[in-house]
Design a protein around this ligand. Structure first.
Ligand code: ADP
Length: 195
């Protein structure tokens, strides 16, 4: 099993690239943002609690997302790897993930960190708001809040994995195909080319 964290700020293209990566490598895609939006769509109590935080650009509590990931790992035995997208977003989540994977005799193979300048992120998110229907995309103040939460709470996750030598930086500018090419080059060099 080869597991990847696709790491980067909101709007850096993790969702777009994740879809292409799962097509190419057959990873199981685990996006905490998607899992939370499905709770909201199903109007579960967890979804109701999460929505008000997400709409303000704040993080959902660690216990909640860690619980969701724990269940998703258990629900997918025998996959050839997981692609984590939007998770872990705090050091506590990273430590919990490392423990959950080690219980399954596995680990993170590589953390690919997409690098995109802040003004480009804001413009992508505002653009995405026109079609995504996501209530957290439309407001520039919420965007800025998400970016400051990212800098404060999420960037330390990269440092956590840097201490294990697992972080590879990838430029997240250019065409979708250009970025995909850079990502697959990194992944292939870490896991060996797909059969
Ligand atoms: P993006 O891809 O734009 O970063 P996501 O879809 O990953 O957005 O997440 C949307 C929102 O869902 C976040 O702003 C946050 O409120 C919540 N969320 C998603 N994943 C997590 C997580 N791992 N921990 C805490 N909150 C999360």
């Amino acid at each position: 099993m080869f597991n990847i964290i696709l790491f980067g700020p909101p709007g850096s293209g993790k969702g777009t690239q994740s879809e292409k990566l799962i097509d190419r490598y057959g990873f199981k895609h685990l996006s905490t943002g998607d899992l939370l939006r499905s709770e909201i769509a199903n109007k579960t109590p967890l979804g109701l609690e999460a929505k008000s935080l997400m709409d303000k650009g704040q993080l959902v509590p660690d216990e909640v997302v860690i619980g969701m990931i724990d269940s998703a790992l258990d629900a997918n035995p025998g996959v050839n790897g997981f692609l984590f997208d939007g998770f872990p977003r705090t050091t506590a989540q990273a430590e919990a993930l490392d423990k959950l994977l080690s219980l399954k005799k596995s680990e993170i193979g590589v953390v690919v960190a997409l690098q995109v300048p802040e003004e480009e992120l804001i413009s992508r998110m505002l653009n995405r708001a026109k079609t995504s229907g996501r209530s957290d995309d439309a407001d520039e103040q919420v965007q800025r809040n998400r970016l400051s939460v990212y800098t404060r709470d999420t960037l330390p996750v990269a440092d956590h994995y840097r201490t294990y030598g697992k972080v590879e930086e990838v430029v997240g500018l250019g065409s979708i195909e250009d970025i995909f090419g850079r990502l697959t080059a990194v992944i292939d060099s870490k896991k060996g080319a797909p059969a």
